[in-house]
Design a protein around this ligand. Structure first.
Ligand SMILES: NC(=O)c1ccc[n+]([C@@H]2O[C@H](COP(=O)([O-])OP(=O)(O)OC[C@H]3O[C@@H](n4cnc5c(N)ncnc54)[C@H](O)[C@@H]3O)[C@@H](O)[C@H]2O)c1
Length: 370
């Protein structure tokens, strides 16, 4: 199969969907890998490194002309014209938050696999996890930055000082993103409260942190009290494929401390704070009710070297599977990958995505065989 890897065009996006080692794996299995010239530059990977691993360095048109296009972010408006029937697209899609992208994929008949909905039998999301880990770790350092007075915050140091109370960090969701955010926050000596409705996740966090992170069962009352007391709120909840539940209402934001900070990582699924709207790396924050909101949809893009390697470590095996078997057979054999198929031949093939978009769901194996 010809596998194309175009350069990313989303604002502030610096990752690339493959590494030289990934190219080597695919070319060893006799696939051709077409990498757009300069695609790895921002991740400190040169065209020469890709070429030495066996890639052909090509134009953007040639990269998009491949049988399967592997990307990092959902197609942008400038890329919509490149979508065509039968194209296999494997990338983050987040269609619940981007209905326009869903419409384009459906109208063009693309077979689109979304990294974020590939799901193992135990519920784990192996292709979302690495970027959630990065985004979670970054959310804490971003929050610490905006709490500084010069950046509009209330001038609180996350770790406080001897004799002075540290910042209170409230993390909503104890999954991959939330747990990593809490981990870094406690490492910076903040006071951390981690909420989730899944008590097993809280049990796991409690065992590891042994009281240094306060865990709380998530419900409206607990969230209301925690948020009112917070210097930094990090939103990290997820219903796989679906829109994020809104846990922090406009009224709760109104009740927060002046100069407090919200980092809503879940913005790529619509956000879990009522006052959230997506922002960009170029203009990452805005203020509502005197609270700074940071809601960038591609946070890991600002550490592209780390993120590119973390992402491709997880995606490569699935990319290789689809390249070797084709979508039809791969989806038939691998139930996790079948969950990843979001659209096929103009139909939505993931139940949560279909529900979020308000359209009919078609079983993926039936859709690919059609
Ligand atoms: N903005 C970015 O750049 C970026 C990067 C990576 C991931 N993300 C997003 O971060 C979010 C979290 O991803 P993740 O991998 O940590 O997911 P995850 O599935 O590992 O964790 C989500 C957690 O949310 C909890 N949850 C769900 N509904 C809840 C509710 N009503 N109350 C309390 N907890 C609830 C779940 O029990 C789960 O533990 C997703 O929206 C993901 O797309 C964003």
């Amino acid at each position: 199969m010809k596998v194309g890897v175009p350069a990313e065009v989303k604002e502030g996006e610096h990752r690339v969907a493959i590494t030289p080692d990934g190219v080597r794996e695919l070319t060893t299995s006799r696939h051709r890998v077409l990498v757009e010239a300069g695609a790895g530059e921002d991740s400190a990977i040169s065209d020469d490194e890709f070429a030495a691993a066996g890639a052909s360095i090509v134009s953007v048109d040639e990269a998009w002309g491949a049988d399967m296009v592997v990307k990092v972010k959902e197609p942008q408006p400038s890329e919509y014209g490149r979508l065509r029937p039968g194209l296999v697209l494997f990338t983050y899609l987040h269609l619940a938050a981007y209905p326009d992208v869903a419409r384009q994929l459906l109208d063009s008949g693309v077979m689109a696999l979304g990294y974020e909905t590939v799901q193992l039998a135990n519920g784990a999301l192996p292709l979302l996890a690495p970027m959630s880990e990065v985004a979670g770790r970054m959310a804490t350092q971003i929050g610490a930055h905006y709490l500084e007075r010069d950046w509009g915050g209330r001038g609180v140091l996350l770790g406080g000082a001897p004799g002075v109370q540290p910042a209170r960090v409230v993390v909503l969701g104890a999954g991959n993103a939330g747990w990593n955010a809490a981990w870094i926050a406690q490492g910076m000596q903040a006071e951390v409260v981690l909420l989730d409705k899944n008590l097993d996740r809280l049990r796991f966090a409690d065992e590891i942190h042994q009281g240094r992170v306060l865990t709380q069962a998530s419900n409206r009352g607990a969230i209301e009290r925690a948020v009112a007391d917070a210097d930094l709120v990090i939103g990290a909840v997820l219903v796989p494929g679906g829109r994020a539940p809104v846990l922090v209402t406009d009224e709760m934001v109104h009740g927060m401390k002046r100069g407090a900070v919200i980092v809503d990582i879940a913005v790529d699924q619509g956000g879990c704070v009522e006052t959230t709207h997506e922002t960009t790396h170029a203009d990452p924050t805005y203020v509502v009710h005197d609270v700074i909101h940071y809601a960038v949809g591609n946070i890991p893009a600002s550490v592209p070297r780390t993120s590119t390697y973390a992402l491709t470590n997880a995606t490569l095996a699935y990319v290789a599977e689809v390249a070797s078997l084709g979508v039809s057979e791969a989806v038939g054999r691998d139930a996790a990958l079948a969950q990843g198929l979001n659209t096929c031949g103009g139909q939505v093939t993931n139940p949560a995505v279909a529900e979020a978009l308000g359209v009919d769901y078609v079983e993926p194996v039936a859709a690919v065989e059609h």
